[in-house]
Design a protein around this ligand. Structure first.
Ligand code: TYD
Length: 133
């Protein structure tokens, strides 16, 4: 499994503007059970800092931009999300941190399951121990 997995969404555009459709088990590689979005963010207050045991997600910056640090316990990479026609897959056991939000950033996230705090690993030490197993 590669650390960075982008999904390009086909853009349906005409002289009225653009449209992107996200469909579970089609261009999103799971059945979508939850959608949430982050907005009114502050550039100097990062978020995330966790991994999931079973949840798979796709993050799309539908407005503005932000950086995401992805870490699978072996390597780390920082990528920029700045396009509404590109999604970043956040797979199981990928520690992620969102940084440097633009003032207008709206980060949409599609998730494979409903919210469950028990699925979160919020301690980086615990994450490293789980990855080594
Ligand atoms: P948190 O995981 O801290 O957000 P981030 O990963 O962006 O830093 O979530 C903030 C709060 O929102 C926390 O109390 C859990 C709650 N929450 C829900 O109730 N439902 C959800 O779908 C999500 C993602 C979070």
């Amino acid at each position: 499994m590669s650390l960075i997995h982008w999904i390009d969404f086909p853009k349906i555009g005409d002289d009225r503007g653009n449209l992107v459709a996200l469909e579970g088990n089609k261009n999103i590689p799971f059945s979508i059970k939850r959608v949430y979005y982050l907005f009114d963010l502050q550039s100097d207050i990062p978020r995330g800092f966790h991994a999931h045991k079973e949840l798979v997600q796709v993050a799309v910056c539908v407005k503005g931009r932000c950086d995401i640090l992805m870490d699978d316990g072996k390597s780390k990479e920082i990528v920029t999300l700045d396009s509404p026609d590109k999604g970043l897959l956040i797979d199981v056991m990928q520690w992620h941190e969102m940084h440097n939000f633009s003032d207008d950033c709206v980060l949409l996230v599609l998730a494979s399951d409903v919210y469950d705090e028990a699925d979160y690993i919020r301690s980086y030490e615990q994450f490293q121990n789980e990855v080594k197993k």
